[in-house]
Write a protein that binds this ligand. Structure first.
Ligand code: FSA
Length: 445
C-alpha cells in the first residue's frame, strides 16, 4: 500500500465510513466509496438509527478491551463526543427470564465488577460506576422515572455507558472524511459484483481487479473493501462466497411518539435492557421519539444462490435483506408492549410508529470478519457485526487499515472462516431465529 494506492470501498455504513475515515486520516489519497443509497446515512445501513447502545462490558474480555478503546473516543474525541449520551445502561433479566439469560448477565457483570476501567466514582455525580440491582427499590434509586412493576428484575446499572445518536454520528464521520480529503463518495449506484482479471492485464486470471455497480459502471482498484453489512451475500453469495457463515439477520425496531412533557419526564433514563423482553432508550431530544426494540433471536431471509451474484455451480442458500423492511412481525409488537407494560405502563397501548427491521451481518461465533477473501486476491471483507459493532464506529476502520497494510489478518478470530451456520446459540439472545417467509402476521406503520 502507498498513499496513491486506489482503494474501493463498497458500502458507506458504519464499517465503510470508519474505514474511509481511518485511511484518509493516515494519508491515503485515492479512496472511492460506492454506496447504493443516494444519501448518507444510507437507508440500508443498520447504523442509520435514532440511537445505538454504547457499553464496554462483554462476556468476552477480548471485546471488552476493544470496546473500552472505542468508549474513550466516544467520550474524549470531539468528533464523536457530541453524539454520545452517558445515561448509563441498566441491564437486567425479568422474573420470567430463562436461566440462559441470567447466566449470560452474571458473566457480563463479573467481567466488569473487578475491571479497573469500571472502578471508582467516575460515572455520573461521583456514584459507583457499576451498581448491582437486586430489588425493585434498587431500580427506583437509579431510574425513578421507570414506574412500571418490574417485579423480579435483577441485574446491574453501568454508569460508564449509554447510547450514541447513531445517524448523527454517521453524518459526522462522513463530514470528517470530506474534510480530510482523499475520499470520493459515489452515491446512488451500489456494488453488485466483483470484477476479476481474465489474465490479459497485469494480474493473474481470477484475481479481483475492481467492482461493478448497478448502472453497469466498472471501477478498477488496487484493493476492494467490502463493507456491505447485511447485504454482503448479494455480492459474495455464491458457492465460493459467504455461504451460511455470514447471514443477514434482522431485529425489530419501533418508536413511541412522546409529547414534550412526557419526553422531559423521561430525560436521562438509562438505556434499559431486559435480556428476555427487549430494550429502550432516552427519548430523542429533537423528535421526542422513544426507540424500543423487542428481544428475540432475529429473522433471516434465505434466498437461493441464484439470486446471489456469484453463481458458478450449484446454488447456495444465502440470507440477504429483502427490498422491503418497513414492517415488523406482530409478535414483536406484542413483545414491545409487554416490555412497556413492565417499565413505562402509560405508554404500553400507544401507537408504535416508524416500525422497521434492522438488518445485521451475523456470524456463527458472533466474531467480526476483517480479512482477505481466500482465492480472490485483493478483496477484504469487513463484516460480521453480529449486532454488536456500532459502538466500534470510532475505531473499527483502523483495524481494517492494519489488515490492508500488513496484507493479512493476524487476529485468528477475525479471519475468514467457513463451515458453521451463523446465529446458533448466541448467549445473549432468547428464542429461535426464523425466516421472514415463516412469519405469519406482520404490522406496518
Ligand atoms: O451493544 C449491544 O450489544 C447491542 S445489542 C442489540 C441487539 O438488538 C441484540 O439485542 C440482538 O441480540 C442482536 O445481537 C442485534 O443487536
Amino acid at each position: 500500500m502507498t498513499p496513491d494506492s486506489s482503494i474501493l470501498i463498497a458500502g458507506a455504513g458504519t464499517f465503510g465510513l470508519s474505514t474511509s475515515y481511518h485511511l484518509a486520516k493516515a494519508g491515503y489519497k485515492n479512496i472511492t466509496v460506492l454506496e447504493k443509497s443516494p444519501t448518507i446515512p444510507s437507508h440500508l445501513s443498520a447504523g442509520n438509527d435514532l440511537n445505538k447502545i454504547l457499553r464496554a462490558e462483554y462476556e468476552d474480555a477480548f471485546y471488552t478491551e476493544l470496546a473500552l478503546q472505542a468508549m474513550r473516543e466516544w467520550k474524549d474525541n470531539g468528533l464523536f463526543a457530541p453524539h454520545y449520551h452517558e445515561t448509563g445502561y441498566l441491564l437486567c433479566t425479568s422474573a420470567a427470564a430463562p436461566e440462559k439469560s441470567k447466566r449470560t448477565l452474571a458473566k457480563s457483570l463479573s467481567s466488569v465488577s473487578s475491571h479497573p476501567a469500571f472502578q471508582g466514582g467516575e460515572g455520573q455525580g461521583g456514584h459507583k460506576i457499576i451498581c448491582p440491582i437486586n430489588t425493585r427499590d434498587d431500580i427506583r434509586a437509579v431510574a425513578p422515572a421507570l414506574d412500571g412493576p418490574m417485579q423480579g428484575w435483577t441485574g446491574y446499572l453501568n454508569r460508564f455507558a449509554g447510547y450514541a445518536h447513531a445517524a448523527d454520528a454517521l453524518r459526522a464521520m462522513h463530514a470528517a472524511c470530506c474534510a480530510l480529503g482523499g475520499v470520493t463518495f459515489r452515491l446512488g449506484d451500489g456494488v453488485t459484483a466483483l470484477v476479476y482479471s481474465n489474465g490479459d492485464d497485469a494480474q493473474p486470471k481470477g484475481v479481483c481487479i475492481g467492482a461493478r455497480t448497478a448502472s453497469g459502471a466498472v471501477h478498477t482498484a488496487d484493493v476492494v473493501v467490502l463493507a456491505l453489512g447485511a447485504a454482503l451475500g448479494t455480492v459474495l453469495g455464491g458457492p465460493h462466497g459467504v455461504g451460511r457463515h455470514v447471514a443477514a439477520r434482522a431485529w425489530s425496531v419501533g418508536h413511541v411518539q412522546l409529547s414534550e412533557d412526557e419526553a422531559s419526564r423521561l430525560r436521562r433514563i438509562p438505556v434499559t435492557y431486559a435480556r428476555d423482553l427487549g430494550f429502550f432508550f432516552e427519548p430523542d431530544a429533537r423528535t421526542r421519539l422513544l426507540k424500543v426494540c423487542p428481544a428475540g433471536a432475529g429473522y433471516t431471509n434465505f434466498v437461493s444462490g441464484e439470486e446471489g451474484r456469484e453463481e458458478e455451480t450449484a446454488p447456495v442458500s444465502v440470507s440477504v435483506p429483502p427490498e422491503d423492511s418497513g414492517w415488523i412481525p406482530a409478535r414483536d409488537e406484542a413483545m414491545i408492549r409487554r416490555l412497556l407494560r413492565e417499565t413505562l405502563p402509560a405508554l404500553a397501548d400507544r401507537p408504535i410508529v416508524d416500525k422497521k427491521l434492522c438488518w445485521c451481518a451475523d456470524t456463527a461465533d458472533t466474531d467480526y470478519i476483517i480479512d482477505f477473501v481466500p482465492g480472490k486476491g485483493r478483496v477484504v471483507v469487513v463484516s460480521g457485526d453480529s449486532g454488536h459493532a456500532f459502538k466500534m464506529l470510532p475505531v473499527v476502520g483502523n483495524w481494517v487499515k492494519d489488515v490492508l497494510e500488513k496484507g493479512r489478518q493476524d487476529i485468528p478470530r477475525w479471519r475468514w472462516k467457513e463451515g458453521q451456520d451463523a446465529g446458533g446459540d448466541v448467549s445473549w439472545r432468547v428464542g429461535e431465529s426464523i425466516d421472514i417467509k415463516d412469519v405469519k402476521e406482520t404490522v406496518r406503520g
